[in-house]
Design a binder for this molecule. Sequence first.
Ligand code: PTJ
Length: 244
Amino acid sequence: MSHVPETHPRYESLRLRDAIVDGIEYGITSVHGLIAHGRGEAFDYLLGERTHDFANKAIHAAVAMLTTAEEPVLSVNGNAAALVADELVALANYLRCPLEINLFHKSKKRERAIKKSLIASGAKEVLLPSSNVCLEGIDSNRGYVHPNGIYKADVVFVPLEDGDRCQALRTAGKEVITIDLNPLSRTASLASISIVDNVVRALPLLTKFARDVTDADSSRRILKDYDNHVILQAAEQQMRKRKT
Ligand code: PTJ
């Protein structure tokens, strides 16, 4: 943590900036992650930096989907690793599913550093992308996946990315859950469930709600009633309201 005093009115926001900068210094986060974080900050400002009802509904649906999935996988990039490594590990350990590192900006060095940091946070299984198993319809480094992870998963959890991957995962018949502060992003509009919230607020809630899940039937009912377009519209309206 840098010199920012806890009494600073923007303390939390500045703390997160420091976490991203630390991520770059530890070789975890891409320098492009700074730009992505700044974009997220702008959307979070429009949300009043709090978790809204539409995000809570999406989080409940995400919990229902993850807890009824047969082979869920949590995908991790450089920004998520810098901001919410402990929370991702807690969720993976609770669901007993693997974490898989999947980077847009290719770097074997960063993959190794992220794996090390997830294991230090208590991760049991961290998969790295294979060099010869590739998702169809995706030309970037995000296409390379582990054969026992994202490649065969039925549900892929993708916190914080705006990418070319969501469409390819959906075309491959997988459900995608994302956390993205931008309700207009390609990932948010193509995902099965989009949590429009900051990863630092949404992930602890996911783990908390997952611990409360008791039966698969109520999870299926939640999923049956869930409409992602309604959720995205509510998020966009909230942001427009704030602007005026
Ligand atoms: O580590 P890598 O190489 O995989 O790269 C990761 C980044 C994030 C740099 C890469 O995926 C990227 O460039 O992403 P984009 O296209 O900038 O998209 C990031 C999305 O995440 C944007 O829609 C942001 O609004 C959103 N976002 C940023 N910070 C947060 C966030 N959403 C939730 N919580 C955040 N803290």
